[in-house]
Design a binder for this molecule. Structure first.
Ligand SMILES: Nc1ncnc2c1ncn2[C@@H]1O[C@H](COP(=O)(O)OP(=O)(O)O)[C@@H](O)[C@H]1O
Ligand SMILES: [Mg+2]
Length: 269
């Protein structure tokens, strides 16, 4: 099992260098009914780095990403085995408060999904639900998270307009602002730029590169140029397995496994 050797060696490599890990998974299997969509994935994610998950459609990228903050719990008939360690605790353990955990491990979806509320409330509402009442503090967080998401200058005079009036790219950056307003440790993004035009895409990419100073970012992308541009590490998924995981420049210039080479050079997928 060449794949497993690569995965394991990567985890060991990270440990040996005493790099700080934000999250790691051990032998994750995810099932939809009888269909095993993830077949034993072990990966370690380094703090303050961007890791891309790439691979052909249907190979399990979204399923694996959703397992990292238990979003698969929301889908009927799913089962997961294996361990996902965040701060030395398995997030699937019974004592875990999922709501609190998701505050630390936030998610941005493929399609922008702002609430049908004002720009301001898109960010303030979840904070209020988590108990923050102080208006001045809310104003401050709205401003700083919009700045971090590179949206503030465009919306600062329209904070009370509907978020649904924004362009797709702006809505996605608002969703990123909403996620980072919670001050997560880890931000999971599932093809956040797939519905965006090239200019919005490059703004989102710039935003992510800036955000890694504060957060650990794990991003699914089918766009290999994007993975190459923004990520430090890349994992290549194929049919529910991780075939290869390494520093991004190695994956794109000298992958160790033929399937990876074929995929990154555009020969399949
Ligand atoms: N909600 C779901 N219910 C049942 N099967 C699903 C669901 N989501 C994904 N799958 C199946 O799991 C496999 C992996 O899908 P997915 O994780 O969406 O792949 P990717 O994100 O790489 O395109 C596919 O066979 C897909 O049909
Ligand atoms: Mg997907």
């Amino acid at each position: 099992m060449v794949e497993n050797q690569v995965q394991d060696s990567h985890i060991i490599q990270l440990d040996k260098k005493e790099k700080k890990l934000a999250l790691y998974t051990e032998d994750i299997h995810v099932y939809y009914g009888q269909n095993e969509a993830i077949k034993g994935v072990s990966l370690a994610f380094e703090k303050n780095k961007i890791t891309s998950l790439i691979g052909p459609s249907g190979c399990g990228k979204s399923t694996y990403l959703r397992s990292l903050n238990r979003m698969n719990d929301e889908i009927a008939n799913t089962k997961i085995t294996g361990k996902i360690f965040y701060r030395d605790i398995d997030i699937n353990a019974p004592e875990i408060d999922v709501y609190e955990m998701r505050k630390n491990i936030g998610m941005v979806f493929q399609r922008p999904n702002p609430f049908s509320k004002s720009i301001y409330e898109n960010i303030a509402f979840p904070l209020k639900r988590h108990g923050l009442k102080d208006k001045a503090k809310l104003d401050e967080i709205v401003e700083t998270s919009l700045k971090q998401a590179a949206l503030w200058d465009q919306v600062k005079d329209d904070l009370h307009k509907s978020a649904l009036a924004l362009s797709g790219g702006q809505q996605q950056r608002l969703c990123i602002a909403r996620a980072i307003a919670m001050e997560p440790d880890i931000l999971l993004l599932d093809e956040p730029a797939s519905a965006l035009d090239p200019i919005s895409t490059s703004k989102v990419e710039e935003t992510l590169i800036n955000l890694k100073e504060k957060y650990t970012i794990i991003i699914v992308t089918h766009n290999m140029q994007q993975a190459a541009r923004i990520s430090d590490y890349t994992a290549f998924f194929y049919m529910g397995n991780v075939i290869e995981y390494d520093q991004t420049r190695k994956i794109f210039t000298r992958p160790k496994i033929q399937q990876t080479e074929d995929y990154v050079s555009g020969h399949f997928g």
